[in-house]
Design a protein around this ligand. Structure first.
Ligand code: S3P
Length: 429
């Protein structure tokens, strides 16, 4: 599907966010192996989280989905209740589904195969295969155990000590999930912090998990089902925050935004660029911080982004490039080579497509450099079937002269099925 967009005269109003994608995956996966029933409200309607639901059903978990209400009811099967799937599990486009479920499957005394779409089948899986093998799982992948499909014969795991070679919450969570089924303690050393939703939810479910001094210690143990309401996805809010800041006439309210400190890099970056963002009504819901945000037309200045900030803003770096394209000065994003192994090579695709619109942006091995201030021009560009790129280009179209056409615009459904409707609602022409 192609989308044609012109800049709106003004962007005003309140947007409604989907539930956080990362927390939704964890809510359904962890409650599936807990004892008892759990109700999850505001579950992400994106296709990625539905891939997790489909895989868990194929593993014998009864999950009722009420799509209109974004509610799930999960009948947890307990620690030893998963069944060998009769067919290949399909994670679709979802790296979180494949990596977290591989950790879970490594702990199960049966055989399973997990695959995904062509993007997911090209993403690195050696990083999970290594530690899961060290724990005792038998696990294989294509291209010398580098990529999916993955075949797993689990069971008989031993706890290990493992230092994460990349700051990846998916890798960390895969090991933690396997550790719930291993003999003895597992210690995961995390030199650079990544999102900690798995740890928070496991603690709420009564798991023997302790976090201190950049280490997570997990022991096997039963989980208690927990009801929760998923906060709004800050990674989805990011598009509206940037849209409001870069647009000459904008005021956008985003309510119920998840403000977990491992995810708020986008707010820190925009504020350091001079963005007018007001945070109010700060509270805690289901063990996660939540707040309402208001963003308005701003005068942005360039920033340097690198180091520990990168994992806290990893999925928002494409949309930050749009903010940088209007900011005064040269923005540099470094230490972000991980972007190359996301749903697309996000360094190459962001640079290629924003250049097409006239941005002054240069590719670097581990990031990009953007000189702000050049007027963007509408053009035909592609999402490369990458949801975050489709939404990034949609916001870029709001500061481009003339019409922008985005090919494969339906990619937004991966994390934000209502995105186009929300844009229309905000837009006065
Ligand atoms: C996610 C972690 C991040 C992020 C992805 C979702 C998660 O990936 O990019 O969109 O839910 O754990 P990595 O952990 O591989 O960096």
């Amino acid at each position: 599907m192609e989308r044609k967009l012109k800049p709106c005269r003004a962007l005003r109003g309140e947007v409604s966010l989907p539930g956080d994608k990362s927390i939704s995956h964890r809510a359904v996966i962890l409650n599936s192996i807990a004892a008892g029933k759990a109700t999850v409200e505001n579950f992400s309607p994106g296709k990625d989280c539905l891939s997790s639901v489909a895989c868990l059903r194929a593993l014998g978990v009864a999950i009722e989905v009420y799509p209109g209400e974004r509610r799930l009811i999960i009948s947890g099967v307990g620690g030893d209740g998963l069944k060998e799937p009769q067919d290949i599990l399909d994670a679709g486009n979802s790296g979180t589904t494949m990596r977290l479920l591989s950790g879970l499957l490594a702990g199960q005394p049966f055989f399973s195969v997990i695959t995904g779409d062509s993007s997911l089948r090209s993403r690195p899986m050696g990083r999970i295969i290594d530690p899961l093998r060290q724990m005792g799982a038998q696990i294989w992948g294509r291209r010398g155990d580098a990529v999916a499909p993955l075949a797993i014969r689990g069971g008989h795991l031993q706890g290990i000590r493992y230092r994460l070679p990349v700051p990846s919450a998916q890798l960390k969570s895969a090991i933690v999930l396997a550790a719930l089924f291993a003999e003895g303690n597992t210690v995961v050393e995390e030199p650079v912090a990544s999102r900690d939703h798995t740890e928070r939810l496991l603690k709420a479910m009564g798991a023997p998990l302790v976090t201190s001094n950049s280490e997570i210690v997990v022991a096997p143990g039963p989980l208690r089902a927990v009801d929760l309401r998923v906060p709004g996805d800050i990674s989805s809010a990011a598009y509206w925050l940037v849209a409001a800041c870069v647009h000459p006439d904008a005021k956008v309210q985003v309510k119920n935004v998840g403000m977990n400190p491992t995810r708020t890099g986008i707010v820190d970056v925009l504020k350091s660029m001079g963005a007018r963002i007001t945070i109010s009504n700060e509270r805690t819901e289901g063990g996660e911080p939540v707040a309402d945000l208001l963003a308005e037309t701003s005068e942005l200045a360039a920033v340097e982004i690198g180091g520990d900030l990168v994992p806290r803003a990893i999925d928002e770096l494409p949309i930050i490039a749009v903010a940088a394209a209007v900011a005064k000065g040269a923005t540099v994003i470094r230490d972000a080579a991980e972007l190359r192994v996301k749903e697309s090579d996000r360094i190459a695709t962001v640079v290629r497509e924003l250049s097409r619109l006239g941005a002054d942006i240069e590719e670097r091995p581990d990031g990009m450099a953007i000189r702000g201030g050049r007027r963007l021009q509408g053009e035909t560009c592609s999402s490369y079937n990458d949801h975050r790129l489709a939404m990034t280009l949609a916001i870029a179209s709001q500061i481009a002269q003339g019409e922008t056409t985005i090919a494969d615009a339906e990619a937004v459904d991966i994390s934000y099925p209502g995105f186009w409707q929300e844009l229309e609602r905000l837009c006065s022409t």
